[in-house]
Design a protein around this ligand. Sequence first.
Ligand code: ZN
Length: 282
Amino acid sequence: MATSTMAQQFRLRSRLQVRGHLVFDTGWRIGTGREGQTSDLGVLLDAAGQPMLPGSSIKGKLRSTCEALAPALNLRACLLNVEASGVGCASDVRWYSRQRESYRQALEAGIEERLAWIRKNTCDVCQLFGSPVQAARLRCSDGTLVNPGAAVVRVRDGVVLDRDSHTAADVLKYDYETVAAGTRFEIVFDLDNPTPADEALLGAALFEWASGSSLGGFTSRGLGRFHLENITLRGVDLDNPQERLRYLTRPRPEDKLNDRGDWQTYFQRRIENHLQTSTRGN
Ligand SMILES: [Zn+2]
């Protein structure tokens, strides 16, 4: 863009919003790390005593899903560890500390140089989820509990096995809280100014979650299986005059955005286009 200025680079140009129901197919737990009301390991509850699904937990899981899928999309994932991944990225604190001088020079040289530095020195996953040098383009809201009556907290027994005798050591018995299968949360992702790579990555993650994944604590014991359903897609393109007017003049947030049609069709097209234009090893 010829008349690029800082204001143009950082203004909101478009937004894509994904809504869906995250449904737990098994019991699940997101722990507090503290004792529960009735057990050794409690689950996270809100002020009204209802189980919570924090946006940070959803985002963390979405990030690890995207990291796992990135290579199949010819995208870079640093795994927050340059040594382990071989991908240089400013999110790795030790790696970034060695690049600070080159980043400082890019900052001084101007906005174009700064953005070019960020594109070169942050992986594709961190460009979506944020890094020390760039805010996240993706936001995850806290889950909204859809069926409070089903979200019953139960206490289970946990047993630590004696590794030598393979018998339960009575002294190491403890119990922990879980929330019942069937708990359903509405979740919302907002993606601002997405790039084609962002949409391909998020789309592939949504297909993965629709088919089923796991979230929270004790997943190795079969807890936390979930799937995503009732996915809807809305958005706004502020370069489109009608959509811009609608966005600026509707008081209710749900009326500001426009239906983007079937999510599978939308993201399948994005993933196909991305794969056609990207090459392995870039
Ligand atoms: Zn990264």
